[in-house]
Design a protein around this ligand. Structure first.
Ligand SMILES: Cc1cc2nc3c(=O)[nH]c(=O)nc-3n(C[C@H](O)[C@H](O)[C@H](O)COP(=O)(O)OP(=O)(O)OC[C@H]3O[C@@H](n4cnc5c(N)ncnc54)[C@H](O)[C@@H]3O)c2cc1C
Length: 399
């Protein structure tokens, strides 16, 4: 990485450089210019220094010996004995990626009462499953979990570490990548493996306007967090396999400063990524009050409701219910879109649903190109009719 440096003996402290720096990255200390961490190496200061006291230093990045880093490690998140579904999605993807380089796939499980998730994991073709099962790990503490993961990563030297982009994963992965002085790509939506073991980490960037392909060519391991529901869940195998490697609690865990003093259960709020049935309202809805049709249909179908981005921008709903590149990715069994045009930023995050039903008055709306069933019509006629019919059916079923 290049950086800017000041030759102190040449600097007269004129302050010309500080005056032109667009990033306020030059401080004047005791009559000398001093580069601070805001420097973006734009080089404007070099051009204005009358003493030529500012230079750009080019440093060569040393590359690690990639052959010393092998296999893929998947952090399998569990909570109170339940494996988070993203863990299996990551295992499935890791197995695909591993084939490119002839790697093995290992898993890491941390917590208390891990027997059930461990037994489950043994049916997904993993080589080794590393387990830290201890009372001290019964609740998530970043320092403690990172200490366990660090120990395993140090001994296995995996080329890739995959972590779910959950609240826990988003806290753990950056802690680990910093400890290993290596790269982390957050919130990946696609992963590809090159034969030289470089992982191509693909994710939306610049607010979803481009799909960035990010590689970590010089360091290992390559850390990536992956969004929930963007990868396929692999088929469960009949027979259990995989070696279970049990670890004792690392010493560092007892040094953790965070202690649990009180625990309070917070009511779980609806997560549209978990919903099997979704009814989605788009800008075709004329008023906030009209969202009631969408909510009512979702209720009758025992599903959840969601929205497109314009409705969040209008303040009708929170971002937690927004589908799309700047919202959530969903993969329900059934999704019914009402007055949604089908922009790429929306469809990219819902087109893997098993059944897509689209209601739109415009027969040329792009949503119809991803829909399995298209209803060309006014949502203000179609929705009340659907709701009425479902209610009637319910009443009949109740008799
Ligand atoms: C960087 C970036 C990120 C973005 N991220 C997201 C994102 O995460 N999620 C997202 O949703 N969008 C996102 N967008 C915006 C996206 O490009 C679209 O503008 C948005 O999805 C459009 O929402 P919509 O389909 O509800 O509205 P519109 O495109 O306005 O479509 C409304 C549709 O309703 C139909 N309609 C109107 N009246 C009726 C009626 N009475 N009955 C039936 N149909 C009717 C119309 O024919 C039309 O097709 C992003 C854009 C950018 C640039």
């Amino acid at each position: 990485m290049p950086r800017i440096a000041i030759i102190e003996r040449k600097c007269t402290g004129c302050g010309d450089c500080a005056a032109v720096c667009p990033f306020s990255a030059i401080d004047m200390n005791e009559g000398k210019a001093d580069i601070n961490s805001g420097c973006r190496v734009c080089g404007i200061c070099l051009k204005v220094c009358p003493q030529n006291a500012i230079i750009r230093l080019e440093t060569r990045t040393k590359s690690v010996d990639k052959s010393l880093w092998r296999d893929i490690l998947v952090f399998c998140e569990q909570s109170e004995g339940h494996l988070h579904p993203v863990s299996l999605e990551l295992v499935g993807k890791a197995r695909e990626l591993a084939k490119v380089c002839g790697f093995k796939v290992n898993a890491l499980l941390i917590g208390q009462g891990c027997e059930k998730p461990l037994e489950n994991l043994r049916h997904y073709g993993l080589s080794d499953i590393h387990v830290f099962d201890d009372l001290e790990l019964g609740y998530y503490r970043a320092e403690a979990y990172a200490a366990c993961a660090e120990e395993v990563i140090k001994s296995l030297r995996p080329s890739v570490v995959l972590v779910g982009a959950t609240a826990l994963g988003r806290s753990l992965a950056p802690r680990l990548s910093t400890r290993f002085h290596t790269g982390l790509t957050a919130d990946c939506t696609r992963l590809e493996m090159r034969v030289n073991s470089d992982l191509v980490q693909i994710r939306p960037a610049f607010g979803g306007n481009i799909m960035a392909q990010i590689v970590t060519p010089n360091t290992r391991p390559q850390f990536a967090t992956v969004r929930y529901k963007v990868m396929d869940t692999p088929q469960r195998e009949e027979t259990a396999s995989g070696r279970v490697v049990r670890h004792g609690l690392p010493k560092k865990v007892s040094d953790c400063k965070v202690r649990l003093t009180k625990r309070r259960h917070v009511e779980k709020t609806a997560n549209i990524s978990d919903a099997e049935i979704l009814v989605v309202g788009g800008r075709g809805l004329k008023s906030e009050n009209d969202l009631q049709y969408v909510k009512e249909l979702a209720r009758l179908l025992k599903g959840e409701y969601a929205v497109s981005r314009p409705l969040v921008e209008k303040g009708w709903e929170t971002n937690a219910r927004q589908i799309g590149l700047s919202g959530r990715t969903v993969r329900p069994k059934l999704i019914i879109t009402c007055g949604v045009s089908g922009a790429i930023q929306f469809t990219a995050c819902m087109n893997a649903a098993d059944r897509i039903v689209a209601i739109n008055s415009d027969p040329n709306a792009p949503i119809f190109s991803v829909a399995h069933v298209g209803i060309v019509g006014d949502l203000y006629r179609v929705l009340p009719q659907l709701i009425e019919e479902l209610k009637e059916k319910r009443e009949k079923d109740a008799v």
